[in-house]
Each structure stands twice: as structure tokens, then as C-alpha cells.
Design a protein around this ligand. Structure first.
Ligand code: GLY
Ligand code: MN
Ligand code: MN
Length: 451
């Protein structure tokens, strides 16, 4: 399961990530990180395999049923990989395996063993360690395996059983590393953004009344494939008309209607990194007056947010501006009535804007990394996004307005849903939009669609 179709990250990068993690671990510790397993879709059919992002980040190894052990004793770190042994019969049926013998050289790990020998090596290597680093929600098969090994060990030799003075969580350390993208990662994410943008351009060109939502989805997926991205980073949302007001709509099986808008939220996964773009455009190529009015509020908010999302500022600050622009706009259109500040204080806009402004982006579309300045804060993933932005972070900027069909608003605005989403990299000079190739100005969209 080599990612033959993908750009490769140099091996040294995986080595240096492991070294960086090892340098932060307690001495005399053992750290366990699991791969994904194949997932059954039905009976004996599987979903396409997707490696666990943490495991990938630290190994660059794309096989299931594998475990990375990081052992640190007397200040010395070792990377030990457990993987499936080569098996000609299984490989004939189910695909190639790297094999234990090839792993040290191919993946630059110190040692490799057959996964079936994990228990014996884990117990042996755990002797004279005081800390176990383990995250119980990483992979459920791994949690079960480890807990069984420890329970069995305690039962069978009560006196000499392996015991750890402390059990620690390694994920805050790796989350913090993943939040800051390296030069190599940025190159891959630019490519993910560019391919995703090209697919959205194509979708705009291919959309017309009476096509089905999933036909447009397939046009997008085909473009991802053509440009070297085998999969979408998440299930694409192709939502015509009022379907756009369902935030995670992905039935994608309705007919596109003349006069409606189409909201597409789709991004490719390129070399394991996600793009995440949303564009909203008229199915017949021309915005109506009401659609234009809502769209312009969202666009103004999005552009202002991009100006504000620079090093030293926070997502929260940009979102406060976004909320103000939206509430002023909604009052102007008579969708909200009252004093702007009071409407903001009462959060009256929440019925029309009920999600956050953006999220970290990387190996996962909703990538890891604390949204608070204190990475160890138990509330580190809270909705309050007051983390100071720094160079090397990548995030989405995705304001939207969703006026449901049964909202108590002027008739012409009912059922309009608009979101505009780009991906930005925080740089020394401000930020760089990784997805700017796909138009978002009304005139540019209309001329692309009519061209
Ligand atoms: N596509 C998922 C999101 O925008 O958060
Ligand atoms: Mn999105
Ligand atoms: Mn997003």
C-alpha cells in the first residue's frame, strides 16, 4: 500500500518528527501509537483504507495493523515498528506488504518486528520504565489490545507485573507539532489547495439546471483524480437551493433548479493533506437580486476576516468583526430588526450563522492543535478560539449565512444559504490564500459560468 500516486515527504522529515517528540518525552518512558485498521463497509467489503493521521505523521507508513513504539531510556530514544509479516498468499489476495525485513531501511526506524510479537516485546521493553504514554481514544483496537496485555500481565504474575508510575497522554505534544506546518508540508498543502480550487472552477463550468447534485460531485472527484489526489478529504457537500441550509448535507441526490444557488463544500486529500473550499454560485449562472444581497454580506465578512487573520491576532477577533458585518447587513435587508449591538449581545444572528469562523487544517480537515494559548488546557479544543496566530499555522476562513425556508424574514430571502471558504497560511508578511485560484467575486463567477 505504497502511496505511489502521491508526492513523497522525504524520510528525514518523519525521522526528525520522531526525534522531536522523543526529546519532549519523560526519560524511562514508552509511547504507543497505533495505525488504523481496515474498516468494513458491509459483509466482506471494506472502505478505502485511510491511515491514522498521527501514525502517518510519525512514520509515513501506510499499512494497517501496525504499531509504533517510542522507547526512551537513559536519555536515548529508539523507534520500533511492529507490522504485518510478508505472506505470499495473503499478498496475492489482498495486496503487497512492506515486510519486517524491509522496514528499518525503508522507514528509517531503529528496529522492526512482526505485529504478532507485539505483546512479548512491549512487556520486555516496558521493564525499568516509569511512564507509559498512551491516548485511549486514538484507535479502539489499540486501546483494547493494550488493556488486555496489561490486564493479563497483572493477572498472571501479580508480583513482577509491569507497572507504570504514570500514564501520560502524548497527543498534546504531537498536536502542537502538527499545528505548525514545515516547508515540505506547506508545499503539499499548497498543492491540495490548488487542486481543490481547480475542481471548484470546473464545477462552476459544468453546473446547469436539471443536472443532479451528485453529477457535479463526480465532476469534482474526477478533477481531484486527474490532478493526482486520489480521494476527497471529506464527503463533499453539493447542496442546491435550501439544502445549503443543512450544514452537513451530503445526500447530494437532488435535481439542481433554475434560479437556485448551489453551495459546494469540497476539498481533495493530496499526499494525505486536506484542502477545504466552499463556493456558492447560481445554478443558471446569474445571481438574483436577493441572492446577490446575501452573498455580498458573506463576501465582505470573509474578506475582512482574511485581513484580520494574521500573526498576533486571533480567530475570535476576526469572528467578532464577521458577526458585526453580518448583523449590520441583515439589519439593512430587514432580516433582523433592532439595534446592531443589542442583536450581537443577544446572539440573535445565531439562527443564521451557527458555526465557527474556521478551524486548523492539515492531515485532518478539522486538524489537531489547541485553540487556546495553553496547549495543556483541558479546554484546549473549546469553541472559544483565542489562540494567538503564528507563522506556519494553516486554517480555514468560512463565514456563512443560512436563511431557512421557514424563517420569519422577507419572502425573497427564504431558503438562501451561502458560505465562502478559503484556506490560508499565516506568514511573516500576513497570510497567503492557498485556494485563491477559484473566483469568489460575483462578476468573476458570472463571467466564468457564462464563458
Ligand atoms: N468541510 C468541512 C468544514 O468546512 O468544516
Ligand atoms: Mn468546508
Ligand atoms: Mn472547513
Amino acid at each position: 500500500m505504497d502511496l505511489a500516486y502521491m508526492a513523497k515527504m522525504p524520510n528525514e522529515e518523519f525521522v526528525s518528527r520522531r526525534e522531536k517528540l522523543l526529546s519532549q518525552l519523560e526519560d524511562n518512558s514508552i509511547t504507543v501509537i497505533f495505525s488504523s485498521q481496515e474498516q468494513i463497509r458491509n459483509k466482506d467489503c471494506h472502505y478505502p483504507f485511510r491511515q491514522d493521521s498521527y501514525f502517518w505523521y510519525l512514520t509515513g507508513f501506510n499499512e494497517p495493523d501496525s504499531i509504533l513504539l517510542l522507547v526512551k531510556k537513559q536519555g536515548q530514544g529508539q523507534s520500533i515498528l511492529f507490522l504485518r509479516a510478508k505472506d505470499p498468499l495473503m499478498e496475492t489476495w489482498n495486496g503487497r506488504r512492506l515486510g519486517v525485513e524491509n522496514a528499518p531501511k525503508t522507514l528509517s526506524v531503529d528496529l522492526a518486528y512482526d505485529i504478532t510479537e507485539f505483546e512479548q516485546h512491549f512487556l520486555k521493553l516496558s521493564e525499568n520504565t516509569t511512564a507509559l504514554y498512551f491516548h485511549n481514544k486514538q484507535q479502539s483496537w489499540g486501546t483494547d489490545l493494550l488493556q488486555n496485555i496489561l490486564a493479563k500481565n497483572t493477572e498472571s504474575n501479580a508480583k513482577s507485573a509491569v507497572q507504570f508510575a504514570q500514564v501520560l497522554d502524548w497527543t498534546p505534544l504531537v498536536d502542537e507539532m502538527r499545528l505548525f506546518k514545515s516547508t515540505n508540508e506547506i508545499a503539499l498543502m499548497q498543492q491540495a489547495g490548488q487542486i481543490s480550487a481547480l475542481a471548484h472552477i470546473h464545477a462552476m463550468q459544468q453546473t446547469r439546471p436539471n443536472r443532479l447534485e451528485y453529477e457535479i460531485e463526480s465532476e469534482i472527484l474526477h478533477q481531484f483524480n486527474r490532478f493526482g489526489a486520489r480521494y476527497a478529504a471529506y464527503n463533499s457537500i453539493v447542496a442546491g437551493g435550501e439544502n445549503a441550509c443543512i450544514l452537513h448535507y451530503n445526500e447530494n441526490d437532488q435535481v439542481l433548479k433554475d434560479g437556485d444557488l448551489l453551495l459546494i463544500d469540497a476539498g481533495c486529500e493530496f499526499a494525505m493533506y486536506a484542502g477545504d473550499i466552499t463556493r456558492t454560485f447560481p445554478i443558471n449562472g446569474k445571481f438574483s437580486q436577493a441572492q446577490r444581497e446575501i452573498y455580498e454580506i458573506v463576501l465582505q465578512a470573509q474578506k475582512r476576516a482574511i485581513e484580520l487573520l494574521v500573526a498576533g491576532n486571533t480567530i475570535q477577533q476576526a469572528n467578532d468583526e464577521v458577526v458585526r458585518i453580518k448583523v449590520e447587513g441583515l439589519v439593512r435587508l430587514g432580516i433582523l430588526t433592532g439595534d446592531v449591538q443589542e442583536l450581537i449581545d443577544k446572539q440573535s444572528y445565531r439562527q443564521f450563522y451557527m458555526h465557527g469562523l474556521g478551524h486548523w487544517l492539515g492531515l485532518d480537515v478539522h486538524d489537531v492543535g489547541s485553540y487556546s494559548n495553553d496547549a495543556q488546557n483541558p479546554d484546549r479544543n473549546s469553541k472559544k478560539r483565542d489562540r494567538t496566530l503564528e507563522v506556519g499555522m494553516v486554517l480555514t476562513v468560512e463565514p456563512g449565512l443560512y436563511i431557512s425556508a421557514d424563517a420569519d424574514v422577507p419572502e425573497q430571502y427564504k431558503g438562501i444559504g451561502v458560505r465562502i471558504e478559503d484556506n490560508i497560511l499565516i506568514t511573516e508578511y500576513g497570510n497567503k490564500i492557498l485556494t485563491s485560484a477559484v473566483p469568489k467575486e460575483i462578476e468573476d463567477i458570472e463571467s466564468l459560468m457564462q464563458g
